[in-house]
Design a protein around this ligand. Sequence first.
Ligand code: IYR
Length: 217
Amino acid sequence: MFEPLVHERLSPEESAQRGAAFAVHMQRRRTTRHFSSDPVPQEWIAQAIRAAGSAPSGAHQQPWTFVAVSDAALKQRMRDAAEAEERRFYAEVITDEWRAALEPLGTDSVKTHLTDAPWVVVLFRQSFGFHADGRKRTHYYTQESCGIAAGMFITAIHTMGLVTLTHTPSPMGFLGELLERPANEKAFLVLPVGYPQAGAQVPALTRKSDADTVVWR
Ligand code: IYR
């Protein structure tokens, strides 16, 4: 079944203006580890998830589940479990090369963002799904699909004037248990969302230039 594409062709001037303004808007996005506990309405999180859910996906299987946590006790349990994993990571798993790469970012095993931020959104990747009759249904390109959806979520959050952090506790198995997800769902990314703390600091980073990013042929 097909239907007509709904598409508005913009004037070249409008395309150029929107493209330039959007690139400036996106260059202002920063990842922060310092969240205020100021509340954020549930509807705003729902809007960002709705935007993320518009992502293209392999065979349009939409292999994602977003679990949005605001319950303080649950956030504390997620933090306790994440910090236990991260203490082991920073003490035993990390290589010298990896430690040096993270040094400018100032990361460590203390994950205050998991309890400070009003929302912690956990994106689960559905590594497979189910047919209506309960048979297992293969999902395709789930990593790519969830990566794109995550990017759209981050863009929506930034556009709403909020901040987020892409947190990847490793391993992430504890999240499926704590959030009671079925076995076909694998935690993909943890995204605390909120306002930045007053006086929040971010690493002084520069981004790759156009010349280092793109090859024209
Ligand atoms: N998962 C760890 C380590 C970590 C790894 C990378 I690559 C980062 O960009 C940041 C952190 C942690 O969350 O601290």
